[in-house]
Design a protein around this ligand. Sequence first.
Ligand SMILES: O=P(O)(O)OC[C@H](O)CO
Ligand SMILES: [Mg+2]
Length: 247
Amino acid sequence: MENSKNAASDFNSSSKSSITHVIFDMDGLLLDTENFYTQVQEIILARYNKTFDWSLKAKMMGKKAIEAARVFVEETGIQDSLSAEDFLVEREDMLRSKFPTSELMPGASRLIRHLNANGIPMAVATGSHRRHFELKTQKHGEIFQFMHHIVLGDDPEVKQGKPSPDIFLAASRRFEGGQLEPCRILVFEDAPSGVLAAKNAGMFVVMVPDPRLDSSYHAMADQVLDSLTNFMPEEWGLPPFADKDVK
Ligand SMILES: O=P(O)(O)OC[C@H](O)CO
Ligand SMILES: [Mg+2]
Protein backbone atom coordinates (compact mmCIF):
# COMPACT_ATOMS: atom_id res chain seq x y z
CA MET A 1 0.00 0.00 0.00
CA GLU A 2 3.00 2.26 0.36
CA ASN A 3 2.36 5.47 -1.58
CA SER A 4 -0.67 3.71 -3.10
CA LYS A 5 -2.16 7.17 -3.44
CA ASN A 6 0.57 9.69 -3.76
CA ALA A 7 -1.36 12.82 -4.49
CA ALA A 8 1.64 14.83 -3.33
CA SER A 9 2.89 14.28 -6.85
CA ASP A 10 -0.32 15.85 -8.18
CA PHE A 11 0.24 19.13 -6.36
CA ASN A 12 2.02 22.05 -7.89
CA SER A 13 5.38 22.76 -6.33
CA SER A 14 4.19 25.80 -4.38
CA SER A 15 1.57 23.66 -2.57
CA LYS A 16 4.07 20.98 -1.77
CA SER A 17 6.59 23.42 -0.43
CA SER A 18 4.03 25.39 1.57
CA ILE A 19 4.03 23.01 4.57
CA THR A 20 5.45 24.73 7.64
CA HIS A 21 3.51 23.06 10.49
CA VAL A 22 2.45 19.52 11.35
CA ILE A 23 -0.50 18.19 13.36
CA PHE A 24 -0.55 14.58 14.50
CA ASP A 25 -3.54 12.45 15.40
CA MET A 26 -2.73 10.24 18.39
CA ASP A 27 -4.68 6.96 18.67
CA GLY A 28 -3.68 4.53 15.95
CA LEU A 29 -1.24 7.05 14.47
CA LEU A 30 1.34 7.94 17.12
CA LEU A 31 0.20 5.36 19.67
CA ASP A 32 -0.81 1.75 19.10
CA THR A 33 -4.04 2.09 21.09
CA GLU A 34 -6.77 1.28 18.56
CA ASN A 35 -6.41 -2.45 19.23
CA PHE A 36 -7.34 -1.84 22.88
CA TYR A 37 -10.67 -0.34 21.82
CA THR A 38 -11.24 -3.20 19.37
CA GLN A 39 -10.55 -5.91 21.98
CA VAL A 40 -12.86 -4.34 24.56
CA GLN A 41 -15.66 -3.77 22.08
CA GLU A 42 -15.41 -7.38 20.88
CA ILE A 43 -15.84 -8.57 24.47
CA ILE A 44 -18.88 -6.37 25.07
CA LEU A 45 -20.59 -7.33 21.79
CA ALA A 46 -19.98 -11.03 22.40
CA ARG A 47 -22.34 -10.73 25.36
CA TYR A 48 -25.07 -9.88 22.88
CA ASN A 49 -24.03 -12.71 20.53
CA LYS A 50 -22.75 -10.20 17.98
CA THR A 51 -19.36 -9.74 16.38
CA PHE A 52 -17.38 -6.53 16.01
CA ASP A 53 -16.06 -5.91 12.52
CA TRP A 54 -14.02 -3.35 10.65
CA SER A 55 -16.98 -1.71 8.94
CA LEU A 56 -18.20 -0.71 12.41
CA LYS A 57 -14.68 0.11 13.59
CA ALA A 58 -14.27 2.49 10.64
CA LYS A 59 -17.34 4.45 11.73
CA MET A 60 -16.19 4.75 15.37
CA MET A 61 -12.47 5.42 15.28
CA GLY A 62 -11.19 8.94 15.76
CA LYS A 63 -14.45 10.22 17.24
CA LYS A 64 -15.07 11.60 20.70
CA ALA A 65 -16.00 8.86 23.17
CA ILE A 66 -19.72 9.63 23.42
CA GLU A 67 -20.06 10.08 19.66
CA ALA A 68 -18.34 6.74 19.00
CA ALA A 69 -20.47 5.10 21.71
CA ARG A 70 -23.68 6.22 20.02
CA VAL A 71 -22.49 4.73 16.73
CA PHE A 72 -21.64 1.47 18.53
CA VAL A 73 -25.02 0.87 20.20
CA GLU A 74 -27.08 2.12 17.25
CA GLU A 75 -25.23 0.28 14.46
CA THR A 76 -25.29 -2.98 16.42
CA GLY A 77 -28.94 -2.55 17.39
CA ILE A 78 -28.31 -3.03 21.11
CA GLN A 79 -29.38 0.47 22.17
CA ASP A 80 -32.49 -0.82 23.97
CA SER A 81 -30.30 -3.08 26.13
CA LEU A 82 -27.26 -0.83 26.52
CA SER A 83 -27.24 2.95 26.26
CA ALA A 84 -24.24 4.82 24.85
CA GLU A 85 -23.53 6.20 28.32
CA ASP A 86 -23.66 2.75 29.96
CA PHE A 87 -21.42 1.35 27.21
CA LEU A 88 -18.77 3.92 28.15
CA VAL A 89 -19.04 2.95 31.82
CA GLU A 90 -18.85 -0.73 30.98
CA ARG A 91 -15.67 -0.45 28.89
CA GLU A 92 -13.89 1.98 31.19
CA ASP A 93 -12.23 -0.46 33.63
CA MET A 94 -10.90 -2.63 30.80
CA LEU A 95 -9.50 0.37 28.92
CA ARG A 96 -7.95 1.92 32.02
CA SER A 97 -5.93 -1.22 32.64
CA LYS A 98 -4.70 -1.38 29.03
CA PHE A 99 -3.87 2.27 28.25
CA PRO A 100 -0.74 2.57 30.45
CA THR A 101 0.85 -0.20 28.32
CA SER A 102 0.45 1.84 25.08
CA GLU A 103 3.40 1.66 22.70
CA LEU A 104 4.49 4.11 19.99
CA MET A 105 3.66 3.23 16.39
CA PRO A 106 6.65 2.41 14.13
CA GLY A 107 8.39 5.53 12.87
CA ALA A 108 6.61 7.94 15.25
CA SER A 109 9.61 8.69 17.46
CA ARG A 110 11.99 9.09 14.51
CA LEU A 111 9.66 11.47 12.66
CA ILE A 112 8.89 13.63 15.69
CA ARG A 113 12.55 13.90 16.66
CA HIS A 114 13.48 14.77 13.07
CA LEU A 115 10.85 17.52 12.75
CA ASN A 116 11.80 18.91 16.15
CA ALA A 117 15.49 18.94 15.25
CA ASN A 118 14.60 20.93 12.13
CA GLY A 119 12.41 23.47 13.93
CA ILE A 120 9.07 22.38 12.45
CA PRO A 121 6.29 23.29 14.91
CA MET A 122 4.11 20.30 15.82
CA ALA A 123 0.83 19.73 17.67
CA VAL A 124 -1.42 16.79 18.55
CA ALA A 125 -5.17 16.78 17.89
CA THR A 126 -6.85 13.77 19.47
CA GLY A 127 -10.43 12.77 20.13
CA SER A 128 -9.22 11.31 23.43
CA HIS A 129 -10.29 13.13 26.57
CA ARG A 130 -7.90 14.27 29.28
CA ARG A 131 -8.06 11.22 31.60
CA HIS A 132 -7.41 8.74 28.81
CA PHE A 133 -4.70 10.94 27.28
CA GLU A 134 -2.80 10.93 30.59
CA LEU A 135 -2.98 7.12 30.83
CA LYS A 136 -1.98 6.51 27.22
CA THR A 137 1.03 8.85 27.30
CA GLN A 138 2.38 7.79 30.72
CA LYS A 139 5.45 6.17 29.15
CA HIS A 140 5.90 8.71 26.36
CA GLY A 141 6.42 12.10 27.97
CA GLU A 142 9.75 12.48 26.21
CA ILE A 143 8.09 12.39 22.77
CA PHE A 144 4.99 14.42 23.59
CA GLN A 145 7.09 17.23 25.11
CA PHE A 146 8.17 18.10 21.56
CA MET A 147 4.61 19.22 20.79
CA HIS A 148 3.96 22.95 20.87
CA HIS A 149 0.46 22.14 22.15
CA ILE A 150 -2.03 19.30 22.43
CA VAL A 151 -5.76 19.65 21.73
CA LEU A 152 -7.98 17.02 23.37
CA GLY A 153 -11.49 15.86 22.55
CA ASP A 154 -12.90 17.44 25.72
CA ASP A 155 -11.37 20.85 24.96
CA PRO A 156 -14.07 23.57 25.16
CA GLU A 157 -13.21 24.75 21.62
CA VAL A 158 -13.91 21.30 20.19
CA LYS A 159 -17.68 21.59 19.93
CA GLN A 160 -17.99 18.56 17.66
CA GLY A 161 -15.59 15.67 17.21
CA LYS A 162 -14.03 14.52 13.94
CA PRO A 163 -15.18 14.69 11.08
CA SER A 164 -15.96 18.25 12.16
CA PRO A 165 -12.90 20.45 11.49
CA ASP A 166 -13.19 21.97 15.01
CA ILE A 167 -10.20 20.18 16.53
CA PHE A 168 -7.80 20.91 13.66
CA LEU A 169 -8.85 24.55 13.45
CA ALA A 170 -8.32 24.91 17.22
CA ALA A 171 -4.90 23.26 16.87
CA SER A 172 -4.03 25.63 14.03
CA ARG A 173 -5.00 28.75 16.04
CA ARG A 174 -2.70 27.77 18.91
CA PHE A 175 0.55 27.84 16.97
CA GLU A 176 2.71 30.96 17.37
CA GLY A 177 1.32 33.77 15.25
CA GLY A 178 -2.30 32.59 15.41
CA GLN A 179 -4.43 31.01 12.71
CA LEU A 180 -2.34 29.77 9.82
CA GLU A 181 -3.35 29.30 6.22
CA PRO A 182 -4.63 25.69 6.18
CA CYS A 183 -2.45 24.83 3.17
CA ARG A 184 0.61 25.29 5.40
CA ILE A 185 -0.46 22.44 7.67
CA LEU A 186 0.16 18.74 7.12
CA VAL A 187 -2.01 16.41 9.21
CA PHE A 188 -1.20 12.76 9.91
CA GLU A 189 -4.26 10.57 10.52
CA ASP A 190 -5.31 6.92 10.66
CA ALA A 191 -9.10 7.24 10.85
CA PRO A 192 -11.65 8.05 8.12
CA SER A 193 -13.32 10.62 10.40
CA GLY A 194 -9.95 12.23 11.08
CA VAL A 195 -8.95 12.45 7.43
CA LEU A 196 -12.30 14.03 6.64
CA ALA A 197 -11.93 16.49 9.55
CA ALA A 198 -8.54 17.63 8.26
CA LYS A 199 -9.88 18.02 4.71
CA ASN A 200 -12.89 19.92 6.10
CA ALA A 201 -10.33 22.24 7.71
CA GLY A 202 -8.66 22.73 4.30
CA MET A 203 -5.41 21.02 5.33
CA PHE A 204 -3.26 18.39 3.62
CA VAL A 205 -3.51 14.86 5.03
CA VAL A 206 -1.22 11.87 5.05
CA MET A 207 -3.26 8.81 6.01
CA VAL A 208 -1.59 5.83 7.68
CA PRO A 209 -4.50 3.38 7.89
CA ASP A 210 -4.69 0.00 9.53
CA PRO A 211 -4.49 -2.58 6.68
CA ARG A 212 -7.86 -3.99 7.78
CA LEU A 213 -9.63 -0.71 6.98
CA ASP A 214 -11.53 -0.82 3.70
CA SER A 215 -9.43 0.86 1.01
CA SER A 216 -12.42 2.92 -0.18
CA TYR A 217 -11.59 5.24 2.74
CA HIS A 218 -8.18 6.04 1.25
CA ALA A 219 -9.62 8.26 -1.47
CA MET A 220 -10.10 11.22 0.87
CA ALA A 221 -6.41 11.47 1.78
CA ASP A 222 -3.70 13.34 -0.11
CA GLN A 223 -1.23 10.53 0.50
CA VAL A 224 -1.61 7.02 1.92
CA LEU A 225 1.29 5.20 3.58
CA ASP A 226 1.41 1.80 5.20
CA SER A 227 3.71 3.10 7.95
CA LEU A 228 5.12 6.37 9.24
CA THR A 229 8.52 4.83 8.52
CA ASN A 230 7.80 5.35 4.81
CA PHE A 231 7.11 9.09 5.08
CA MET A 232 9.47 11.16 2.96
CA PRO A 233 9.51 14.73 4.31
CA GLU A 234 11.10 16.16 1.16
CA GLU A 235 7.94 15.26 -0.83
CA TRP A 236 6.23 17.93 1.25
CA GLY A 237 8.98 20.55 1.19
CA LEU A 238 10.17 19.49 4.64
CA PRO A 239 13.82 18.69 5.45
CA PRO A 240 14.78 15.14 4.45
CA PHE A 241 15.96 12.56 6.92
CA ALA A 242 19.70 12.28 7.25
CA ASP A 243 21.21 8.84 6.60
CA LYS A 244 22.07 8.56 10.28
CA ASP A 245 18.35 8.75 11.25
CA VAL A 246 17.57 5.09 11.97
CA LYS A 247 14.04 4.08 10.87
O1 LIG B 1 -7.51 8.91 16.94
P1 LIG B 1 -7.64 9.95 17.99
O2 LIG B 1 -6.33 10.28 18.67
O3 LIG B 1 -8.39 11.18 17.56
O4 LIG B 1 -8.52 9.29 19.19
C1 LIG B 1 -9.86 9.01 19.03
C2 LIG B 1 -10.36 7.96 20.00
O5 LIG B 1 -9.94 8.23 21.28
C3 LIG B 1 -9.97 6.58 19.58
O6 LIG B 1 -10.51 6.23 18.34
MG1 LIG C 1 -6.57 8.06 15.27
